[in-house]
Write a protein that binds this ligand. Structure first.
Ligand code: 9D3
Length: 252
């Protein structure tokens, strides 16, 4: 069972995840355990303060070391981890390495799980970062107000990769960024009226597979050429893409 602990000033928000979708399924299937921890519960201040003004001045507050350290200690005690096998502490931070599908796979492979720390305000006292943070992750080049949404995003991306969480193991494998690094082909469903490519209604499975491969290549070429540049296409793929670009748009 993979255990993810989350340190956040909004634990109820994180807790919502277990009611929905793939994370809910993972928890019900006992492949995933999710627990949110509020550093306010580990404050030594009567009002539960966990932040202070930044030394040196300037706007914004900084999360203090002591409440975070006690929260982390409580997590490790609850997990019963020995010092050597402590799960990594991951700080969500704009300074971090940008999270991607490779990171999702790497985290999903950590069977014991990990601890996510959601920063708020201007950030976390650097001494805590130096003593306890193993990895820093960002979710992209835009400014958020805290690490909660990034944490939820990471939990979702990791949960769906855990064995036994998605009913159809193949569905985790065959979507974008896993399916040979290409975007998915377009999908159609009922009603089967004008606009549905004929080949999808033909019953010719080989032709359908070829059309889908060509659409995956063509869609990636049109919308994410950066992904295509990192791939080595087979001769068949080169030919399918060449005909897509020539304007056949999947008519083979
Ligand atoms: C205006 C504040 N910034 C000064 C230049 C620094 C800053 C501090 C704290 C910017 C954002 C935040 C809060 N963001 C996160 O905690 C965060 C985040 C993000 O903002 N973008 C992308 N990924 C992440 S992960 C955590």
């Amino acid at each position: 069972m993979t255990r993810i602990d989350v340190i956040s000033l909004f634990p109820d928000w994180i807790g919502q995840l277990e009611q929905y979708g793939v994370v809910g399924r993972g928890i019900r299937a006992q492949r995933l355990a999710l627990q949110a921890w509020n550093p306010r519960d580990y404050s030594d201040d009567r009002n539960g303060r966990v932040d202070e003004r930044s030394f040196g001045g300037g706007p914004g507050m900084v999360m203090q070391v002591a409440p975070l350290q006690r929260t982390l200690a409580a997590i490790h005690a609850a997990r019963g981890d020995e010092a050597q096998s402590r799960p990594p502490t991951i700080l969500l931070s704009p300074r971090g390495d940008v999270f991607d599908q490779r990171w999702a796979r790497a985290l999903a492979e950590r069977e014991a799980g990990f601890t996510l720390l959601c920063g708020r305000y201007e950030g976390v006292d650097q001494r805590f970062v130096e003593r306890h943070v193993d990895i820093q992750l960002s979710v992209g080049n835009f400014v958020l107000s805290g690490g909660e949404l990034p944490a939820m995003l990471i939990i979702d991306a990791v949960a769906r990769l855990l064995p036994g969480v998605l009913g159809d193991a193949a569905s985790a494998q065959s979507d974008s960024f896993s399916c040979g690094g290409l975007l998915d082909h377009p999908h159609y469903t009922r009603p089967a009226d004008a606009g549905v490519p004929d080949v999808l209604l033909s019953g010719d499975h080989a032709a359908i597979a070829r059309w889908r491969e060509q659409q995956a290549l063509g869609t990636t070429w049109l919308q994410r050429p950066d992904l295509l540049r990192d791939l080595k296409l087979s001769t068949e793929q080169e030919e399918l893409l060449r005909r897509f670009i020539a304007g056949e748009r999947g008519s083979n």
